[in-house]
Design a protein around this ligand. Structure first.
Ligand SMILES: NC(=O)NC(NC(N)=O)C(=O)[O-]
Ligand SMILES: [Zn+2]
Ligand SMILES: [Zn+2]
Length: 504
């Protein structure tokens, strides 16, 4: 380098080191905005840490967003160890909930929910991962292009991690390269409806479409989730719709979607799920039935298919476990969903199936809309949007209504963390163990609270929540996502630093 060059050398060095310092500080700062904690190496200690081998008293060491150790009776050492110790006493430390069935409605319908409000509600409820459904956003997520729109819309708006299901619809079901484009773009699996979805650009599919979908999924080893209701004698539905019966009475709506709709759909599905068996033509794919309501014939069919070796799983939702048809007041359209909430005896049978592992997991099926579309004013069950709004409360609801059946903390972790993580292919989530993401919820099962206007609801429309007015037990104290403290005592971290999860 000539003399002139040497003269500038110190300047160049100074400039480069300033830039490096600046970038490091900014990234540190931005980290600070992602968490209510100022450090990323710390210990969480508690007398009740839910691990796969049971509930232990001990400590979880977290560094750089991951769990680096889980040790029993760590109290003494943790206090003496250097670093930051957060002592939660006997509050429960559990893996963060993974909700595999939520409709966040963005892009396109942020007046219904949206990533910001939906993921704030999730963080406040101890839900650390959401898998967003491909419909109710506009456009529906049925192609590589529409997935890109959704991922871009989520940027810097998600307080928790969000993955995405793609849509299996007639327009892409027979187009293998379109389906593979969507799967290669990173959807965690596909979703389809066997009945009208209520969303124009998300038409229903038949068994032939579903067969194609399973075969496309096989080599990716990802699931197909199905809304399993098949319209039978639709004319009775249209008759009721024309106001022949009382549209405000829940029983009118209930009569339009009998269990036979679920049975007919599941019977048809089981014709194709045979291919998912070991050695079958679609081995590697998996069928997951969403929001089961019928705990009688439909459940018997599913149990039989599992015994025959079909790769099949099933979820139900808190609202089917919390409410029964007999108690739904006329006009209370907050509780309209499909399939419908059925009678009290069915609810008992659902609880029995959940407690005995015949139902594999729980999901929120958070499917909000505007109060107007929910027909809260006129209470018209036949015209109201079908979908229950509940995302923020699924943990206390499951725990509160589960007390009667003797629900344990490990069962909660199985239904809301371990099994959903498996379905969504998230091997680093759903369990508190070394090497996993530090996705954690800290909560007090014994603390009761009134779900009223004093209780901050983060959903876009709290008034349509099914649980408003209920007294629940199980208060969320803190929520950690990849080691960032994203929610604590009613406050969220300043920035939304959740990660969009795209399958490789
Ligand atoms: N388009 C919807 O969100 N539909 C949802 N509506 C319900 N469950 O009533 C669903 O999951 O089927
Ligand atoms: Zn559905
Ligand atoms: Zn849904």
């Amino acid at each position: 380098m000539d003399i002139v060059g040497w003269k500038f050398f110190p300047l160049v060095v100074g400039l480069v080191s300033f830039l490096l310092f600046y970038m490091k500080t900014v990234s540190k700062l931005s980290n600070a905005e992602c968490s209510l904690l100022s450090h990323d190496h710390y210990w969480i200690i508690s007398k009740r840490i839910v691990t796969p081998t049971g509930v232990i008293s001990g400590a979880v060491e977290i560094y750089g967003g991951n769990i680096v150790s889980v040790v029993k009776n760590y109290h003494q050492q943790a206090k003496s160890s250097r670093g930051n110790v957060i002592d939660y006493g006997d509050a429960v430390v559990m893996p963060g909930l993974i909700d595999v069935h939520a409709h966040l409605d963005e892009p396109g319908r942020t007046e219904w929910e949206g990533f910001l409000s939906g993921t704030k509600a999730a963080a406040a409820g101890g839900v650390t991962t959401l898998i967003d459904m491909p419909l109710n956003s506009f456009p529906s997520t049925v192609s590589e292009e529409t997935l890109k729109l959704k991922v871009n819309a989520a940027e810097e708006k998600i307080y928790v991690d969000v993955g995405f299901w793609g849509g299996l619809v007639p327009e892409n079901a027979y187009n293998r390269s379109a389906l593979e484009g969507l799967l290669n773009a990173g959807v965690l699996g596909l979703k389809s409806f066997m009945c009208p979805s209520g969303i124009n650009d998300f038409p229903m599919t038949n068994a032939s479409h579903i067969k194609e979908g399973l075969h496309a999924l096989a080599k990716y080893k990802r699931p197909l989730l199905v809304h399993a209701e098949k319209e039978l004698d639709a004319e009775s539905y249209s008759e009721t719709r024309d106001g022949v019966s009382d549209a405000r009475s829940y029983s009118t709506y209930l009569s339009t979607r009998p269990p036979s709709w679920e049975v007919a759909a599941i019977r048809e599905l089981l014709e194709v799920t045979k291919d998912t068996r070991y050695g079958g033509s679609a081995e590697g794919s998996h069928l997951h039935i969403v929001h089961l309501s019928d705990a009688r014939a439909s459940l018997d069919l599913i149990k039989g298919a599992k015994i025959s070796g079909d790769s099949i799983s099933v979820e139900t939702c808190p609202h089917y476990l919390a409410f029964s048809a007999e108690e739904i007041q006329n006009g209370d359209t907050r509780l309209k969903c499909s399939p419908p909430i059925r009678d009290a005896d069915n609810k008992e049978k659902l609880w029995d199936a959940v407690m005995n592992g015949h139902i594999d997991m729980l999901s929120s099926d958070h499917s909000p809309t505007t109060p107007a579309l929910k027909h809260l004013e006129d209470g018209d069950f036949l015209r109201a949007w079908g979908g229950v709004s509940s995302l923020q409360y699924v943990l206390p609801v499951t725990w509160s209504y589960g007390q009667k059946y003797g629900v344990t903390l490990n069962q909660l972790a199985s239904w809301w963390c371990e099994s959903p993580a498996q379905l969504a292919g998230q091997g680093l989530k759903g369990v508190i163990k070394t090497g996993n993401h530090a996705d954690i919820v800290v909560w007090e099962p014994e603390t009761e609270f009134e779900l009223d206007e004093n209780h901050t609801a983060h959903h876009r429309h709290p008034s349509i929540s099914a649980y408003m007015g209920k007294r629940l037990t199980g208060k969320v104290l803190a929520t950690y996502v990849r080691g960032n403290l994203v929610f604590k005592d009613g406050k969220h971290a300043p920035a939304a630093c959740g990660v969009p999860i795209l399958a490789k």
